[in-house]
Design a protein around this ligand. Structure first.
Ligand SMILES: Cc1cc2nc3c(=O)[nH]c(=O)nc-3n(C[C@H](O)[C@H](O)[C@H](O)COP(=O)(O)OP(=O)(O)OC[C@H]3O[C@@H](n4cnc5c(N)ncnc54)[C@H](O)[C@@H]3O)c2cc1C
Length: 372
């Protein structure tokens, strides 16, 4: 079989890339070393936040908007609800990057939002107790995606369009010839006109030229059974990111089967790599997260339900890398999603398809590989 494009890694981004390429009539094969989904990369752990009040940079807002549309298209294609709207809270000191950035995104893009001081926030959402001098921005369109289901949905919809998706097949090496690429796996050898590399935390190994610019970081998330579950149901409790004296905590409303989920942004700042990472959740991991729960969400501070480790792949400026490999126009790279990429998978899949098909209009300077 002759392919137009090979996608290396079928996780969050790769599954979306395979889908969008198949939609455009490209003969595409996706190659994944594990199962779809699996729990050794960056896209597992049930849920991911999606939010428009993008304090990281206002340029993300139009992309998130488009991502919402594409997630809804995907829901329609597979007949499954993947996106839940609960509203989103961004909290912090009034002059913090979080609050100033969230307000700037809302104002620049005319997003509906409400501004609260800490007391008013707790009256509206009694599950949250921020320090007295903190404030918060509520944006009603925020919510969460069922991340693993999204990966499965993209892969399933891609197969339905004729894409080939191989699992349990490990890419050992890739090379670029004149106008074509070659990929060698532990099972076979493939040729195509284009290669897409969406290897997540394996990117530094797959593209060693980027290794000095990428840091893979161990993360841990915890689910608890709240002491007062009625305060954390999705109708009374939004997704949140709060930038506090104890660190940045993010989380989700109560999942009746899994509990209340919380993570600390960058957790314990542990550099690692996907082959040697410690995937056990230790008492010190739980203590790091309990520190935030006990202080800011005390009514959620009940027994542990479960915990999970996951990996960030950080760039120096925490913006993504999306583009053609320098000097190798046959190769498109999408990586370095720095702990905030999942919500964009749907739109990144579309941008990757544009790049594969030679449409340069989708170049986004914020994500240019050449900036490093
Ligand atoms: C704890 C945690 C919380 C997060 N919270 C949010 C959030 O709330 N909102 C948000 O938007 N983002 C969030 N993120 C970030 C987001 O989840 C990631 O940016 C996104 O999942 C990255 O997807 P990816 O496709 O790059 O990586 P992955 O999904 O890991 O995919 C890479 C794939 O490539 C495969 N692969 C690698 N090498 C090979 C090879 N040699 N051969 C074959 N296959 C290979 C891997 O097995 C893997 O399946 C969070 C991340 C973590 C860890």
């Amino acid at each position: 079989m002759v392919y137009d494009a090979i996608v290396l890694g079928v996780g969050g981004m790769g599954s979306a890339a395979v889908y969008h390429l198949a939609r455009r009539g490209v003969r595409v094969i996706g190659i994944e070393q594990f199962d779809i989904p699996h729990d050794r990369g960056s896209s597992h752990g049930i849920s991911r936040i999606i939010r428009l009040a993008y304090w990281e940079h206002p340029d993300y807002v139009p992309l998130v908007r488009h991502a919402y549309d594409l997630w809804r298209d995907l829901e329609h294609a597979v007949g499954e609800k993947l996106l839940w709207v609960t509203g989103s809270i961004d909290g912090g000191l009034a002059d913090s990057r979080t609050i100033q950035g969230a307000l700037s995104a809302c104002r620049t893009h005319s997003l509906a939002h409400e501004f609260f001081d800490a007391a008013a926030l707790s009256r509206r959402f009694p599950g949250i107790r921020l320090p007295d001098d903190h404030v918060a921005v509520f944006q009603p369109e925020g919510g969460f995606l069922l991340a693993e289901r999204c990966v499965v949905a993209h892969a399933t919809a891609a197969r339905a369009l004729g894409a080939v998706v191989r699992t349990r097949e490990h890419v050992l090496e890739w090379s670029v010839g004149s106008g074509h690429v070659e990929v060698k796996t532990d099972r076979d050898r493939y040729e195509a006109a284009r290669l897409v590399i969406t290897a997540g935390p394996w990117l530094p190994t797959i593209v060693p030229a980027l290794a000095s610019r990428l840091t893979v970081e161990r993360q841990v998330v915890l689910w608890t059974w709240p002491l007062r579950p009625e305060l954390f149901t999705p109708d009374r409790f939004p997704v949140f990111y709060v930038d506090t004296p104890r660190g940045g905590f993010y989380g989700f409303p109560l999942d009746p089967e899994r509990g209340f989920k919380i993570g600390k942004y960058h957790h314990r700042r542990e550099r690692t790599d996907p082959t040697s990472v410690d995937r056990t959740c230790h008492p010190e991991d739980e203590a790091t997260l309990r520190d935030g729960i006990s202080e800011y969400f005390p009514d959620a501070n009940g027994p542990a339900a479960s915990a999970s480790t996951c990996l960030f792949t950080n760039t120096p400026d925490e913006h993504f890398i999306i583009g053609r490999a320098p000097g190798q126009p046959e190769v498109v790279i999408a990586g370095g999603f720095s702990g905030h990429g999942f919500k964009f998978c749907s739109v990144v899949g579309q941008i990757v398809a544009d790049l594969v098909l030679g449409e340069t209009s989708r170049r986004i300077n914020l994500f240019a590989i050449e900036r490093f």
